[in-house]
Design a protein around this ligand. Structure first.
Ligand code: COA
Length: 647
């Protein structure tokens, strides 16, 4: 069976691509399409053409695996040019996703129709590239330059409704897509070539300049975003042939860049985190979720579940706390509504699947219950004991602890094999990462259930073993410790933070602590003081800050002073640091950003290696995925372990 086949429906030729899993434009597809164009051109009986795909999606882009190899002819730009130059009109019929080369192919067709739930996008920037087959030249001819820039430099797909609104689609089909596409093709007389259209100027020139500036700032060190912006700017002032040539050259250069290699690594690493055989077992159901605790974390977890269509019962200790929890959930959903992430009907439906209660017996019918109460072993053990009494015997019982011993908690259940750790990151309805922590006696299908929940919630699940801090917090503790050493050795908090943001982190480690609050980590350090190895270097600067009541933003002062919400360097902190240096007998010396980052990275990598050696992480890829999606490590650098292995 060929990956590209043609069937006649009267005078309409229906060309079908069948290249699972995502109909990527592999060499065979490109060659098949070129042959189809030639056959159709040679057949005078054909009046028009529909291009469609089988399986889950329209063409979802180039085959990312081919990017590591030299390009094989025929090249996609030539295939698209042949379609565009055809003498009969071609209509793209889009279901699922038309992404990257897939959307470029559709834009080379003379009209486009999509199923209502389809998505269209040019995500190349997320792979360290720009479109390489005319995307930056054709899109600004179909949609206004501002909408084109948003798609090309932002990399996020748009819905079919939005694509219709901006002019990328000619129609949206509610019934059978192929039938609708055949009807559309039948009505077309002559091909209307995208490249023959003039570019569409931005709807508001000032807003467009501001948008360009925003993307350039957002790019930071990521080259692809910067080049994407420049490609669109170039299209607006150059003829199509020159713009196509420039785009292709930039694409080829970027394809071989270190950043693109890093982003490809992350692309595949993120899709491989749940490849463990246990994740392929039949999971237990995860439609009805119980959450114990209505604080920030509990409410965030509840909202994350509700937003993905699950039902949630939240239990709090009294009516007042349950009410507060309910209000938090409603507020989170209202925020998603305000950002256009769900409709008011969907919000109402989500709230109708939610109940806040005070009686644990309300959890009797839930499939999986997650405790998200205070980080204290005794408190959590009491919750687990109650859950053991009320939950159905095959319900999964999960803890959202971020560092406590999940084995110890599991052992309190009559059937420890049903316990698992589900470490969400705050805000839980936004953050992509879910650490699935596996106690020693966990049942295989409970592992599969954790994985199934991650998938349902649209999160990237990473399997982690039990240790203090699992993968992420453990590595973060190590580089936080190193950041403290740097302070004592001579760097300032703002120098460390600036080195990190310069490297590509959204925020430095000290600004982050101020945001999260310094008191919880302080309480933990005090609890652990008795078991600390006295021979290990200990920096007490953070403790001194806390003793001075500086708990971060919430107290208006932490590593920085906050005036009208803006961080300023704090003389008190400078004094505390100086006195701690004196106490430790250290003569401070200056640090440049490279040395600061070298030390922080080395700390991450060495703790990453420990995590691997102890079997806490399955492989180095999982560590990279964790640090990128949970801790703000810049994606385009590929992760700490990738950087170490690339040398
Ligand atoms: N090239 C090669 N393989 C690809 C691919 C691509 N462009 N896109 C997806 N795949 C593979 C995945 O690695 C996965 O392989 P596996 O089953 O061996 O793990 C499989 O296709 C399914 O992908 P997955 O993402 O798990 O499926 P999904 O149904 O959740 O999502 C898409 C489908 C198309 C939305 C999603 O795969 C996607 O966004 N792909 C990337 C598209 C892209 O960036 N294209 C631009 C390239 S320049």
């Amino acid at each position: 069976m060929s990956v590209v086949s043609t069937l006649l429906h009267g005078s309409v030729a229906v060309v079908t691509i069948d290249n699972p899993p995502v109909n990527a434009t592999s060499q065979a597809v490109r060659a098949g399409l070129l042959a189809a164009v030639a056959d159709i051109e040679a057949d005078p009986g054909i009046a028009s053409v529909v291009l469609r795909c089988t399986g889950r999606t329209f063409v979802a882009g180039a085959d990312v695996r081919e990017f590591d190899k030299p390009p094989q002819p025929p090249h996609l730009p030539d295939v698209i040019a042949a379609i565009e130059a055809a003498s009969r009109p071609w209509v793209a019929a889009i279901h699922g996703s038309a992404l990257g080369g897939g959307l470029e192919l559709a834009m080379g067709c003379h009209a486009r129709i999509a199923a209502r739930d389809a998505r269209l996008g040019l995500p190349e920037v997320t792979l360290g590239l720009i479109p390489g087959a005319g995307g930056t030249v054709r899109l600004p001819r179909l949609v206004a330059a501002d909408a084109a820039l948003a798609m090309i430099a932002g990399g996020k797909p748009v819905t079919a409704a939005r694509a219709l609104e901006i002019g990328l689609l000619d129609d949206v089909a509610d019934g059978d897509l192929t039938d609708a596409a055949i009807a559309l093709a039948t009505g077309l007389e002559a091909p209307r070539r995208t490249l023959d259209r003039p570019v569409r100027d931005p709807s508001d020139a000032d807003a467009f300049s501001a948008q360009v500036k925003r993307f350039k700032t957002r790019a930071g060190g990521q080259l692809s975003i910067r080049h994407a912006v420049e490609a669109v700017e170039n299209t607006l002032v150059t003829d199509a042939a020159a713009a196509l040539a420039a785009e292709r050259q930039t694409f080829l250069d970027l394809k071989d860049s270190e950043q693109a290699a890093a982003l490809r690594h992350v692309f595949f690493a993120e899709r491989a985190t749940l490849s463990d055989p246990r994740c392929k077992q039949t999971p237990r159901p995860v439609d009805r979720i119980g959450v114990v605790g209505g604080g920030t974390m509990g409410a965030g977890i509840a909202a994350a579940c509700l937003l993905k269509g699950l039902s949630v019962t939240m239990v709090e200790r009294d009516t007042e706390a349950a009410e507060t929890g309910r209000a938090r959930v409603a507020e989170t959903l209202a925020g998603s509504l305000a950002r256009g992430l769900l409709t008011s009907d969907a919000r109402d439906a989500a709230l109708s699947r939610f109940q806040a209660a005070t009686d644990y017996s309300e959890l009797a019918g839930e499939d999986l219950v997650i405790e998200a109460v205070f980080e204290d072993m005794q408190v959590k053990k009491q919750v687990f004991a109650r859950l053991d009494e009320v939950c159905a015997p095959d319900a999964v019982i999960a803890t959202n602890t971020s560092y406590l011993d999940v084995d110890e908690l599991a052992a309190t259940l009559r059937d420890p094999s049903r316990a698992i750790g589900l470490h969400f990151f705050s805000p839980a309805h936004v953050m992509k990462l879910l650490e699935i922590v596996l106690p020693e006696r966990v049942a295989d299908d409970v592992v599969a259930t954790g994985a199934a929940l991650a998938r349902k919630l649209g999160k990237i699940g990473v399997l982690a073993g039990v240790c203090d801090g699992f993968i992420g917090n453990r590595i973060m503790s190590a580089y936080r410790r190193e950041a403290d050493y740097l302070l004592e050795d001579g760097a300032t908090p703002s120098e460390v933070d600036a080195a990190m943001t310069g490297f590509g982190f959204a925020m430095g480690v000290f600004a982050m602590q101020d945001l999260a609050g310094l008191d919880i980590a302080w309480a933990m350090r005090k609890r652990r003081a008795a078991t600390r190895d006295p021979s290990e270097r200990y920096v007490a600067i953070a403790d001194r800050l806390c003793q001075a009541g500086r708990f971060g933003r919430k107290t208006g002062a932490g590593w920085y002073d906050y005036v009208d919400g803006k961080a300023r360097s704090a003389p008190t902190v400078t004094e505390i640091i100086a006195s701690e240096r004196r106490r430790a007998g250290i003569t401070p010396r200056p640090f440049d950003p490279e040395e600061i980052m070298q030390r922080l990275l080395a700390a991450m990598q060495s703790e990453g290696q420990n995590v691997l050696d102890e079997g806490i992480a399955r492989n180095a890829c999982d560590i990279d995925v964790t640090m990128i999606n949970g801790y703000g490590f810049p994606r385009w650098r590929g992760g700490p372990m990738w950087m170490r292995d690339r040398g």
